[in-house]
Write a protein that binds this ligand. Structure first.
Ligand code: NAD
Ligand code: TDX
Length: 332
């Protein structure tokens, strides 16, 4: 394997993955990205010339996808509409990109017999009760709640069907909530960090008891690379780093690490259909592929991330007012 096609490589996790691949392999990377509001050319700028190339295009456009897939050895598919709140407002781009786009990628890898890794989310499993001792495993039944998670579930089912019916050489991973550099400031952690920088009180949906299982995006990247290189074709791997925290704890930690009072936040209108808790059991990935997260300590990973946003204001500042204006319209 020499040439890798990475869809969505100018987004949050895709760009972290591109950096990871450049730093840890000799692979050449082509990024196929539509450069939606969630993308940034700067996230993959400054990498060695000759190692990374950006092609601007839509994964639902077969004329763009087919020749690129034909010219590469493998595809890692990150491109998606990714924000739950946006999917509640307008589901249509989620259906188009996450379902039709994934279908277009699948047909191209089928036509050219290329290896595919499909990146998905733990949200396809629905949510858990706060006191449930169970965590999600590869055998948990699908039960998505939001238009976003339903569209990702649809794409996962398409991949499995293309493996079974057409022998496509694909793997799937379902990962928990990511944090780290280059995450759009509409998302929970960077929204609150940049709020504190701007003297705005962090906004907690509802009671704040909802639990997310946090993993650093660089650990997600190392897991995806391990699955691409050593995963068994047709298999699904859950990716998680034992990082369960409720949103209230995360907001308080951000405030403390940024030198503010831990009570300096507001409760705002809850998200419709808000999933209560996600939790990942990642034993299969760890035992089969020997993967381990590098960021075992959430507090130090979060401190690094806060520093990154403090030092990269030029990257997020242009989006701050519009992002907050959208939330303000919904009382959030
Ligand atoms: P993101 O929104 O930050 O980035 C998505 C990228 O895809 C952007 O660069 C965007 O321009 C691109 N894109 C969107 N529509 C496209 C299209 N039609 N054609 C080509 N490119 C298009 O998302 P993210 O948080 O980096 O998520 C990446 C993947 O990881 C998604 O598949 C998501 O479901 C999955 N995932 C995310 C998380 C998380 O915590 N963020 C957790 C688990 C899984
Ligand atoms: O301002 C906020 N206040 C708040 O309390 C925002 C933006 C969010 N929240 C809550 C909602 C969630 O319980 O924080 C939690 C995290 O919210 P998001 O960052 O929107 O992430 P989530 O909905 O959990 O989904 C994320 O993880 C799984 C990614 O956006 C998905 O792409 C991924 O599949």
């Amino acid at each position: 394997m020499e040439r890798l096609l990475v869809t969505g490589g100018a987004g949050f996790i895709g760009s972290n993955f591109v950096h990871h691949v450049v730093n840890h392999t000799d692979l050449h990377v082509t990024v196929l990205d539509k450069l939606t509001y969630a993308a940034s050319r700067e996230s993959i700028a400054g990498l060695p010339e000759g190692r990374v190339e950006l092609v601007v295009g839509d994964i639902a456009d077969d004329d763009a996808v087919d020749p690129l897939v034909a010219a590469h050895d493998a595809v890692v598919h990150f491109a998606a509409e990714s924000h739950n709140d946006n999917s509640l407002h307008d589901p249509s781009p989620f259906i188009r990109t996450n379902i039709l786009g994934s279908y277009t990628i699948l047909e191209a890898v089928r036509r050219h017999d290329k290896r595919l890794h499909h990146v998905s989310t733990d949200e396809v499993y629905g949510d858990l009760e706060l006191d449930d001792p169970k965590r999600f495993t590869e055998d948990t039944p699908y039960n998505p709640s939001s238009p976003y998670s339903a569209s990702k579930a649809g794409s996962d089912h398409l991949v499995r069907a293309w493996v079974r019916s057409f022998g496509v050489r694909a793997t799937v991973s379902n990962c928990s909530n990511n944090y780290g550099p280059w995450q759009h400031i509409e998302k929970f952690i960077p929204r609150q960090i940049t709020n504190v920088i701007d003297g705005i009180r962090p906004k907690l949906y509802g009671s704040g008891e909802n639990v997310r299982d946090w993993i650093h995006a660089d650990d997600h990247s190392s897991a995806v690379l391990a699955i691409l290189e050593r995963g068994r074709i047709g298999e699904t791997y859950l990716i998680g780093a034992d990082g369960e925290k409720n949103n209230l704890e995360v907001v308080r930690l951000i405030l403390r690490l940024m030198g503010r009072s831990e009570d300096d936040f507001d409760h705002v209108t809850d998200r419709a259909g808000h999933d209560l808790r996600y939790a990942i059991e990642s034993g299969k990935l760890r035992q089969e592929l020997g993967w381990q997260p590098r960021f075992q300590d959430f507090e130090s990973g979060l401190a690094d991330t806060i520093r990154w946003y403090q030092e990269h204001e030029d990257w997020w500042r242009p989006h701050k007012d519009a992002t907050e204006a959208k939330y303000a319209e919904k009382g959030q």
